[in-house]
Design a protein around this ligand. Sequence first.
Ligand code: CP3
Length: 355
Amino acid sequence: MASELKNDRFIRALLRQSVDITPVWMMRQAGRYLPEYRETRKRAGNFLNLCKTPELACEVTLQPLQRYPLDAAILFSDILTIPDAMGLGLNLVEKVGPQFDKTVRTASEIKALSVPDPESDLGYVMDAVRLIRKELDGSVPLIGFSGSPWTLATYMVEGGPTKEFGLVKGLMYDDPASMHHLLDVLADSVILYLNAQIAAGAQAVMIFDTWGGILTPSSYQQFSLNYMQKIVSQLDRQHDGQVIPVTLFTKGGGDWVRDIAATGCDAIGVDWTKNIGDVRAEVGDQVALQGNLDPCVLYASPEVIRQEVAAVLESYGQGNGHVFNLGHGIHQHIDPENVAVFIDAVHDLSAQYHI
Ligand code: CP3
């Protein structure tokens, strides 16, 4: 429970309550830039075994927290667990990325899909959540997550990573009814999946809409935001007497933050293509903001990292409602020493904005 948290800065900031210093965590904080992650992954054999073995998922979730004074833990898993549970057969191919054995491209393939049961089909995720909560022992809150329906649909239709999104956008333009059916099944799946994570102990949830930003403004509304709104409206926003904050992150969605705020989410993730202060001016005190250091800043020297952190803090300005993060996931070739500089800079330089 948040009331038992030794460090509840992250939850307080998401709810726009006062904090002493700005909380910070990093998207992909458990990952390949850490040698101990690479070692555990080797022991697991492959990435999926790592996700599907709760003890190992728990171990890698905790690794960045053992190195750095982070203000939140994020469940180690992947957004593609849902399509995998729908029977598409996920593989992670070295240097290529995620690949599915089966794709979903026709009306009949879409009609054949069903909503996975979180405890029976994705029980390994819920077991990991329960184990991580136990191991964290109230030190920091645990974030649960899911992909957005649109982002999951892009991988299911394309079968893997793409630069053009020709198949998924072709389907959207040619057969919008089937695309809406696919997105509906995915939205229902995400609602059950996130509510099960909350029941298992996730203290905040985040929806990753990595590919919402490739849509036109009107198709973003119809095919991505609409379904995230449906999810937000059906999530369990309270558990064990505590509020469960919901964060929506559309990469490339900086022009649509007012619409995103109107879904009723608690916070918006902001990538590095906007000044976070400008976004704050647009949304006012409706939502908290999470972001938005360019992940490539972590390739720079410690002095530059501190300067760039200072610039983001100054851009957001005085007061509550800021969770510091990168604008997207940390890259695999970042030096772990630079991450320490980054985290310390956020904590050291932010106290002046909370007086
Ligand atoms: O943030 C965290 O530390 C939690 C773990 C996490 C992973 N994936 C682990 C992972 C989270 C939150 C995700 C989300 C995810 N997965 C997203 C949305 C966020 C984003 O980055 O935009 C997406 C689009 C995916 C799909 C996915 N999974 C891709 C494109 C890849 C390949 C990426 C790459 O860099 O090779 C994965 C694999 C993956 N998921 C890795 C990790 C640590 C790399 C696996 C490895 O090789 O060990």
